[in-house]
Design a protein around this ligand. Structure first.
Ligand SMILES: Cc1cc2nc3c(=O)[nH]c(=O)nc-3n(C[C@H](O)[C@H](O)[C@H](O)COP(=O)(O)OP(=O)(O)OC[C@H]3O[C@@H](n4cnc5c(N)ncnc54)[C@H](O)[C@@H]3O)c2cc1C
Length: 422
């Protein structure tokens, strides 16, 4: 499925900024932009991430299966005789609106090759003449796109190919499986040989319910890492069933429910390892209760994600609101109201949070490194992008505008003299 823009479009182009695939046109600077006509989404390159829908101020971007057929046709027709734009063609993409700034950093270390690190790298290549060293402790780029996004969303994962191409750019030194701590300077100093560091390490910690018996639960972080095959990830529980309670009301909770309830046909179509597929196929979990502390109006999941869950297994999902867990027991989940929901498994999907980075300040309440538009407070030369900068929320595309802001801050406050070689 792709997205399409309806005639309600206000052309403020906030969607252009967040689209990870450069799929929305005409963009500012291109012929036709600002003439009053709608913007359009190229269905050939859209990866279905929903970033445009999340940011559109007038609700004009919609999943194609929920948009009016004539809107879907108008979007496709706009691109009918145009070549798809290459999202990583760093020589031509957005060239009219891009200017390389003079001066600026010469050597930048980017830590983390998830979306934020990759967009920051791309922005540095487009905006500056810097050499970029990109390091990730994992062997492959993608971060949570590879090891978080659900395996029944292969379209969204396609963006990994775009990220891989960025690593092959001549000004990028890609260090997979690297330990950033070896490159990092002591006590917040810059590591030798670098003018700036962008920390784009994401938010790996799981928020906790803080209830008795929680250690026997499986966190969404553990479950999605396992089904996506992240190196070293294991499933910490047996999928006993017949009922599982998932605490959380965001899209990740819905991902967990959808994967748990997938039938054999869905499992066969998913890009998971044979081991994961056989454990899911043999799972005793036949129904799921999704539990939210607040009401349906406050739920963080999106409507398309809810529809998708119900299309996959709606008759085996129960949504419960205004319910507060009190303890996980041998009988199931005890609520503060005194009721116990009989269940064999508890999953927690109540959010991710950042963890401290050696030598940098840390805001424990928000789970972020305190920063001003990406510049780490009190640590000149250190910058942050992505979830460690603004907290664990927002889809892939939001990290693009976020990384652009960080690079803009970096360049404008660069510690390096303006003339090369001075
Ligand atoms: C389960 C789940 C499903 C999601 N599904 C979707 C979806 O379908 N669509 C969508 O648009 N968004 C989705 N998102 C959101 C999206 O994944 C995030 O917006 C995005 O990944 C955040 O990017 P990031 O670069 O900040 O962090 P990450 O993606 O976490 O990347 C951080 C990278 O830093 C590396 N790293 C960490 N510490 C170090 C270190 N010390 N040294 C070196 N490297 C390090 C990590 O290995 C990782 O590669 C999902 C998120 C989750 C959790």
């Amino acid at each position: 499925m792709t997205y399409a823009i309806s005639g309600e479009c206000c052309s403020d182009a906030s969607c252009v900024a967040v689209c990870p695939m450069n799929s929305i046109h005409p963009s500012p600077g291109e012929p036709g932009f600002g003439t009053g006509a709608s913007l359009f989404i190229d269905p050939r390159t859209c990866i279905d991430c929903g970033a445009c829908a999340g940011i559109c101020p007038v609700n004009a971007a919609q999943p194609a299966d929920q948009a009016a057929p004539e809107d879907v046709e108008r979007n496709a027709a706009y691109f009918a005789d145009r070549e798809p734009l290459e999202a990583t063609d760093l020589d031509t993409w957005e060239a009219p609106s891009y200017q390389v700034w003079g001066g600026g950093p010469r050597r930048v270390l980017v830590v983390g090759a998830g979306p934020a690190g990759m967009y920051a790298t791309r922005e540095l290549l487009l905006r500056t003449t810097a050499e970029v060293t990109l390091v990730d402790r994992l062997e492959q780029v993608g971060g949570l796109v590879r090891y978080g996004v659900a395996p029944d969303h292969p379209g969204t994962k396609q963006i990994i190919e775009t990220f891989e191409r960025i690593t092959r750019h001549q000004r990028v030194r890609w260090l997979p499986g690297g330990d950033a701590r070896e490159l990092r300077g002591a006590d917040g100093q810059l590591p030798d040989g670098f003018d700036a560091v962008i920390h784009a390490v994401g938010a790996r910690g799981s928020r906790r319910l803080v209830i008795d018996g929680e250690d026997a639960a499986c966190s969404a972080e553990e479950f999605v890492a396992w089904y996506n095959g992240r190196p070293g990830a294991t499933l910490p529980v047996e999928l006993a069933g017949p009922r599982a309670v998932i605490v959380g009301n965001g899209n990740v909770a819905l991902d967990v429910a959808r994967i748990l309830l997938s039938d054999e046909k869905r499992l066969r179509a998913m890009d998971v390892s044979p081991g994961v597929r056989s454990v899911l196929a043999a799972s005793g979990i036949k129904e799921v209760v999704l539990l939210g502390r607040r009401g349906p109006g406050e739920a963080a999941y999106t409507e398309p994600a809810l529809r998708e869950l119900f299309a996959a297994a709606g008759d085996r999902v129960e949504l419960r609101y205004h319910a507060r867990p009190a303890a996980w027991t041998a009988d199931g989940l005890k609520l503060e109201s005194g009721e116990t929901i009989a269940a064999g498994n508890l999953f927690t999907a109540i959010g991710f949070e950042g963890t401290p980075i050696d030598g940098l300040p840390f805001d424990r309440d928000r789970g972020i490194v305190p920063n001003v538009r990406g510049a780490v407070v009190g640590r000149p030369g250190h910058y942050v992008a992505g979830w460690i900068k603004r907290g664990a929320r927002g889809g892939i595309g939001v990290n693009k505008a976020c990384a652009q802001e960080t690079v803009m801050t970096l360049v404008s406050s660069s510690r390096v003299p303006a003339s090369p070689g001075s």
